[in-house]
Design a protein around this ligand. Structure first.
Ligand SMILES: C[S@@+](CC[C@H](N)C(=O)[O-])C[C@H]1O[C@@H](n2cnc3c(N)ncnc32)[C@H](O)[C@@H]1O
Length: 223
């Protein structure tokens, strides 16, 4: 199944799919991602949120980092329209409708780089499209190029029998461009799905090419 714009427009025919606005499960997950940003990148100036949906997480990011400019992208028109309302009072939030795969590959994002990229519960949806187009590596390379030196990529993803493998592939490829700096897994009650759900939270820091080349030399010098 391909999770394209039509798919998500149908999902957003329903107000607040997945119960973002009221869910304690989601709120806790958003807070954990915020804590991870604070821990790994104290004063981000530019943040990119990929797959912002109705802007609930966005509003929390905007509040936590009033000095940062936050650009949010979502493929669904209805999601962006609602996110505009949710984030109306935050002057540091800019919302953009678009497919992140196209935006990365065609260089259609602003020319400046981002200290933080957040992609929460979204990466696994891109997998079938990227696999079909044989674009997995270029997507992650494009994402890493969009980060500042030392910039971080924060991602949280529900883990089940399918996504465990999918995320494993992403994380393996990501190691070409970024170093893993934080990894945790949580299992919590999800009121919307009426069952316990497991998700992970990962933070990767961009490493530049020279550092990657030097890595084996440094290891060789170790006693
Ligand atoms: C499950 S929701 C997650 C929303 C929010 N990030 C969160 O953690 O609660 C996935 C979101 O990703 C968006 N999305 C999926 N594929 C996308 C793509 N190719 N480009 C941009 N947004 C996409 C969907 O429209 C949807 O709003």
């Amino acid at each position: 199944m391909i999770f394209n714009k039509d798919y998500f427009e149908k999902v957003f025919d329903k107000e607040s799919p997945w119960g973002y606005s009221t869910s304690e499960y989601e709120k806790k997950k958003y807070l954990r991602q915020l804590e991870a940003i604070v821990r790994c990148c104290r004063e981000p100036k530019n943040i990119l949120e990929v797959g912002c949906a109705e802007g609930i997480h966005t509003a929390m990011i905007a509040q936590a980092f009033p000095g940062a400019r936050i650009l949010c992208v979502d493929i669904a028109t209805q999601a962006i329209e609602r996110a505009k309302k949710t984030c109306d009072c935050f002057k540091n939030v800019e919302l953009m409708e678009g497919d992140i795969i196209e935006l990365f590959s065609r260089g259609k994002l602003p020319s400046h780089k981002f200290d933080v990229i957040v992609q929460s519960e979204c990466l696994y949806y891109l997998f079938p499209t990227l696999l079909f187009r044989m674009d997995l590596v270029s997507y992650l390379r494009g994402m890493a190029r969009t980060l500042t030196d030392e910039g971080i990529f924060v991602t949280s993803n529900g883990i089940n029998a399918v996504t465990r493998n999918v995320m494993g592939i992403y994380y393996l490829i990501l190691k070409r461009y970024c170093a893993p700096v934080f990894s945790a897994q949580y299992r919590e009650w999800n009121e919307y799905r009426n069952k316990h759900v497991t998700y992970d939270l990962r933070v990767f820091r961009k490493v530049n090419r020279r550092e990657r080349i030097q890595e084996p030399e440094l290891a060789a010098q170790a006693p």
